[in-house]
Design a protein around this ligand. Structure first.
Ligand code: THU
Length: 130
C-alpha cells in the first residue's frame, strides 16, 4: 500500500477524534504485514492524563485483532476543523510503538501534499527496554 493511501485512511479516522479539551485532532493508520490496516484517533478525557493518543488507539485495535507484524504507520493531525498536516508521535506513543514495531518501520506524515517517512529508529533511537 502506498504512503498516500495510508495517510488518507489516517485522515478519515481523524474525523472521529474526540478532542473537546485541546481541539487538536489526530488520526493514525497502522499497516500490518498481512495487509490489514487498523486506524485510531485521539480520545480525550476530562481527567487529562486518561487521554488516549491516536497511535496507541490504532496499536491497541491491531493487537486486539491478533496483529503482531507491522509494516508502516501514517499519522496526521492539526487543529480541529482545519486540514490535517504533519505530526510527530509523542514520546509515550514512540515508546509504545517501539515495543511491537521494528526500528525500520516507516512513520509517514504529510508535509504539504507529500508523505514524508522517518523510521521508528530515527524517531526513538534509544527506547526503554526491560
Ligand atoms: N496526540 C495524539 O493523538 N498523538 C500524539 O502523538 C500527540 C498528541 C493527541 C493527544 C491530545 O488529545 C491532543 O493530541 C493534544 O495533545
Amino acid at each position: 500500500m502506498e504512503a498516500k493511501q495510508l495517510i488518507r485512511m489516517a485522515t478519515a479516522a481523524r474525523e472521529n477524534a474526540y478532542c473537546p479539551y485541546s481541539h487538536y485532532a489526530v488520526g493514525a493508520a497502522l499497516l500490518c504485514e498481512d495487509g490489514r490496516v487498523f486506524v485510531g484517533c485521539n480520545v480525550e478525557n476530562a481527567s487529562f492524563g486518561a487521554t488516549l493518543c491516536a497511535e496507541r488507539a490504532a496499536l491497541a485495535a491491531a493487537v486486539t485483532a491478533g496483529a503482531r507484524a507491522f509494516a508502516a504507520l501514517a499519522l496526521v493531525g492539526g487543529p480541529e476543523g482545519e486540514e490535517a498536516g504533519e505530526v510527530c508521535p509523542c514520546g509515550i506513543c514512540l515508546q509504545a510503538l517501539s515495543e511491537l514495531c521494528g526500528r525500520e518501520m516507516p512513520v509517514y506524515t504529510p508535509v504539504g501534499d507529500t508523505p514524508v517517512g522517518r523510521t521508528l529508529g530515527e524517531l526513538i533511537p534509544n527506547a526503554f527496554q526491560l
